[in-house]
Design a protein around this ligand. Structure first.
Ligand code: ADP
Length: 589
């Protein structure tokens, strides 16, 4: 193919001429150091190249080498536990080979070429297979069975296949296709900007259980759903994302750190190998792929990391797994788009972002979903996508938040006022929403307790009434409140402090099962109802607020998952205590 010559360099953007056989989104290697770049615009014989490494020292006249292939990822055994940069270079291996700083132009394959995997066939010689069919498996980690699938676009008869030890590039089966014999290895490659094909999309039917009470109970996200967590600096976006990466009941987690706060990513990198899966007791890293841009990569690499991450996630979804992907933070990606667009001298849209900001963001979230995978067994897979957005000053009217809210179905609005009061997670219950709440209610009704939707509705009612009453108090003062209003405030406070507030750093509180979430909220909601009935019988609010049950309710979050029956016992005790309150109790004689 024809080599090009650099005409000009503007930061991460290089303009070259002469690449006459190259097309849009082709990967090219720039300069004598062969830096990674991607063609992002072709106009009048000029090729604009977004370079994913520092372009220092590169100048006009230097060569540009075409590769003939689009930016792609390698898919196969070895991805799990991987820690990659935005163009799927394994950070560990790079560190071993080149030291702490990635040497520019460093070329290391995404998947280890030397490692042998134990391939176990799932089909016999003579079987007819189509794209997506599982021909064999590899136990990639104790938590993940990696399914080797016929790549999209291929079909035929299995001419040979056997159990073997093989590297990702050695053939493990032979297909007799209409176009002839194909020897196929375990590894596939896929261009990152193109969604991997599926048989069809189906509506989500299950919530992603995160163990975070405000999320699971009030604003659930579906397996295959999309959510957005916007919030100002310090409001807890990273902690929410980390909690999901740790606790969500997805089979595979892909965590994309496309920010610049490298130190936070290091936290994840250090913390992950130590964390254990609550079900299996295995290290959580054994179901996780981490993508982190290194601090010496230019902002342009953020775009690559986002697409690289989602493609790896789709690949595991195609195996029939539930995959959760966190992107932290998509604002940094959008800023990179703005910078590149500015250098391309495109007409700026709102706040300098390119006009295609919204469609690029939509295209990203559209890759989430619940699907019937390719393949004749019609298995289903899900890809949930949770993006953090960090708008400057927490301004939700800003273009990146707005573009995101148009496509996602869940909004967890983080609030600095709550964060300032150290109410964490600082998800504002008055403006957050989930469009999956009906589905999640139906699921919990069947799998947790028939009263789940009712208890949830009553808790939301208390929170909304509290907001109205607080407004009233601001206008006319506490004295305007009736005893029944005071009871509402007391119980709404229980919902906030004893249920919604959840410490990510407390070993018990960090995760709450749905069963325990239900028991906790039921106790609060029933406390309110029974207390109101007691008041109707003549009990005084001052007696109610002194009941021992209030203290016990505050202690519910410290009850171990194994002792969750204690919460049912507490429910009995709440009933007794309130039934025992006779008319006039608490009134001064
Ligand atoms: P952001 O990413 O929005 O800038 P962080 O996620 O880093 O914010 O959170 C800032 C701080 O808030 C954390 O260091 C932690 O002290 C506190 N925090 C956030 N969420 C929680 C939580 N669920 N439990 C306890 N502390 C939290």
């Amino acid at each position: 193919m024809k080599e090009g010559v650099i005409k000009k360099v503007a930061g991460p953007l290089v303009v070259a001429r002469g690449l006459d056989e190259s097309g849009m989104y082709e990967v090219v290697r720039v300069g004598k150091e062969r830096l990674f770049g991607e063609i992002i615009e072709i106009r009048a014989g000029e090729y604009s190249i977004q370079v994913y490494e520092s372009t220092e020292g590169i100048g006009p006249g230097d060569p540009v080498y075409p590769t003939g292939t689009p930016l792609s990822v390698e898919l196969g055994p070895g991805l799990i536990t991987g820690i990659y940069d935005g163009i799927q270079r394994p950070l560990e291996a790079i560190r071993g080979k080149f030291g702490d700083f990635i040497v520019r132009g460093a070329e290391l394959p995404g998947l280890d070429r030397a490692k042998k995997w134990h391939f176990i066939p799932a089909v016999k010689v003579g079987a007819q297979v189509v794209a997506g069919d599982v021909v064999g498996t590899v136990d990639e980690t104790p938590l993940v069975k990696h399914k080797i699938m016929v790549p999209p676009g291929l079909a035929g008869k299995v001419a040979s296949i056997k159990e073997c030890e093989a590297t990702v590039t050695e053939p493990v089966y032979v297909l007799e296709t209409a176009e002839g014999r194909r020897e196929l290895p375990m590894m596939q490659k896929w261009p990152v900007r193109q969604a991997r094909p599926v048989a069809r999309r189906v509506p989500p039917t299950e919530p992603l259980i995160t163990g975070q009470r405000v999320i699971d109970t009030l604003f659930p996200v579906a397996k295959g759903g999309t959510a957005c967590v916007p919030g100002p600096f310090g409001s807890g976006k990273t902690v929410v994302q980390h909690q999901l990466a740790k606790w969500a009941n997805a089979e595979i987690v892909v965590y994309v750190g496309c920010g610049e706060r490298g130190n936070e990513m290091t936290d994840v990198l250090l913390e992950f190998p130590e964390l254990q899966d609550p079900d299996s007791g295995r290290p959580l890293i054994e179901r996780t792929v981490l993508i982190a841009n290194t601090s010496n990569m230019p902002v342009a690499a953020r775009e690559a990391s986002v697409f690289c991450g989602i493609t790896i996630a789709e690949y595991f979804r195609d195996m029939g797994y539930s995959v959760a992907t966190m992107a932290d933070s998509t604002s940094r990606w959008a800023e990179a788009m703005r910078e590149i667009s500015g250098r391309l001298e495109e007409m700026p849209g709102e706040e300098g972002f390119p006009a295609y900001l919204a469609s690029r963001i939509a295209g990203f979230y559209e890759r989430a979903g619940s699907v019937v995978c390719l393949g004749s067994d019609a298995r289903t897979g899900t890809l949930s996508l949770i993006g953090a957005v960090s708008p400057p000053g927490g301004d939700l009217s800003e273009p990146v938040v707005q573009a995101t809210l148009r496509v996602v179905k869940v909004f967890w609005g983080l609030d600095d006022a709550l964060a300032a009061q150290r109410h964490f997670p600082a998800i504002n219950w008055l403006n957050s929403y989930s469009l999956y709440d009906e589905m999640a209610n139906a699921y919990a009704k069947e799998h947790v307790d028939a009263r789940w939707p009712d208890v949830r509705r009553r808790a939301m009612w208390l929170l909304n009434r509290e907001a109205e009453l607080e407004e009233l108090v601001r206008l006319v003062g506490m004295d305007a409140l009736s005893p029944s209003d005071r009871l509402i405030l007391q119980c709404a406070k229980m919902v906030r402090e004893d249920f919604l507030h959840q410490s990510a750093f407390d070993p018990i509180d960090t995760y709450t099962s749905q069963r325990k979430q239900f028991a906790m909220l039921r106790n609060i909601a029933d406390f309110y109802d029974l207390a109101r009935q007691a008041m109707e019988r003549g009990a005084e609010i001052d007696a109610l607020v002194k009941l021992a049950a209030i203290e016990s309710i505050a202690g519910m979050k410290r009850v171990d998952e194994e002792d969750v029956d204690q919460l049912d016992a507490l429910h009995g005790s709440i009933k007794e205590q309130l039934a025992g309150l006779k008319a006039g109790a608490g009134r001064n004689p």
